[in-house]
Design a binder for this molecule. Structure first.
Ligand code: ADP
Ligand code: MG
Length: 339
């Protein structure tokens, strides 16, 4: 008898889920990214117990019909790419076709969804990935997904979660970043029945920054708007006087995606270097637009890492855009000049 055997699908799904769904925040990330990909302009996330007991995501995007609902929960089923070649120019946030199957396999999930073209929507229910219900219901256009009792069937994972306020804090940070990455979408975050964030979705990035970081930061911003052949850089950076003691205030997005990149970190810090003291880090909210074929986001299942085909070129674009914005200013604390 051989000692090697192929794992059953349920086990495969749970292992796959472990890669993408580390904690409640990862569920919220996947659900909200799907909503953005579905062209929603209003997204509400509500959580209870830091997302362990309940995560509810509602969007007003394109919705799904009954046939697509079933497929959406099938591993490796996606509407976003057809083949490996499409990976070279992905313009959506998702493309792996894993999230819904993964989330469903480790929770009790309910989804209600309707497309604009259909009169009736449908309701789907699954328990640990097993379908319980799929029925027609009347409901508004768009999609609502409820994820209850996350990791109820993977106790080891559950044990590693932090306290509810800490988990809720991670989700709050994520939603702030989403709001900064998409000022044209109205985001609402409700934690334990309390609204923690509600952005207008009016498309004005400075309004979102004000909403999240307040007056002191917003009144000390410089605008960045630089277009180069390979990389467009737009957004706001803080004057050196509002530098921070850690790197948590360096926000940047590539093609609408929050990522971390040592190349970009270095470009930003190098540009600030003449103006800041050691161990002080700039405040930035920058949007980079790069041709999709010049970046590889398929490095890690969580898509937080990115590879550039021309890292040096990206470094130069970012460094120059920021240096230019900093060059034209005098950095003395602003005193009001009586007029
Ligand atoms: P991916 O986003 O990588 O395609 P998912 O498992 O996250 O994989 O979703 C599977 C499919 O379900 C998506 O390709 C999309 O067609 C559909 N879908 C998921 N969420 C939504 C939503 N909120 N609105 C409309 N369609 C959705
Ligand atoms: Mg997705």
């Amino acid at each position: 008898m051989s000692k090697i055997h192929v794992l059953n699908q349920d086990t495969i799904n749970k292992i796959a889920a472990g890669e993408v769904i580390e904690r409640p925040m990862a569920v919220v990330k996947e659900l909200t990214e799907n909503a953005i990909d579905a062209d929603a302009n209003a997204i509400t996330v509500e959580v209870k117990d830091g997302g362990k007991a309940l995560i509810r995501m509602t969007d007003n995007g394109v919705g799904m019909n009954e046939e697509d609902v079933r497929l959406a929960f099938t591993p490796h089923a996606t509407s976003k790419i057809d083949d490996a070649e499409d990976l070279l120019r992905v313009s959506t946030l998702g493309f792996r076709g894993e999230a819904l199957a993964s989330i469903s396999s480790v929770s009790q999930l309910e989804m209600v969804t309707k497309t604009r073209n259909e009169l009736m929507g449908c309701r789907y229910e699954a328990d640990g990935g097993k379908e319980r219900t799929l029925e027609a219901v009347g409901c508004p256009d768009g999609t609502t997904i409820l994820v209850r009792n996350l990791f109820f069937n993977t106790p080891a994972r559950l044990k590693f979660l932090k306290s509810s306020p800490t988990e809720a804090g991670y989700i709050n940070t994520l939603i702030e970043r989403l709001a900064l990455s998409h000022p044209d979408i109205s985001f609402r975050f409700i934690n334990q029945n309390q609204t923690k964030l509600h952005t207008s979705g009016n498309g004005n990035l400075k309004d979102v920054i004000y909403h999240i970081y307040g007056k002191d930061i917003t009144s000390n911003l410089l605008e960045v708007d630089a277009s180069e052949v390979s990389c467009q850089v737009k957004g706001f950076i803080g004057k050196p006087i509002i530098s921070r003691g850690n790197r948590n205030y360096m926000n940047y997005f590539i093609n609408g995606r929050y990522i971390k990149s040592s190349t970009i970190h270095k470009a930003i810090e190098d540009a600030y270097q003449p103006y800041t003291m050691q161990h002080r880090y700039p405040f930035t909210v920058l949007h980079f637009t790069v041709a999709p074929e010049l970046v590889d986001i398929n490095v890690h299942p969580q898509k937080m890492e990115i590879r550039f085909s021309d890292a040096q070129g990206i470094y130069q674009s970012v460094y120059h855009a920021i240096s230019e914005a900093l060059k034209h200013r005098e950095f003395i604390p602003e005193v009001s000049l009586a007029s």
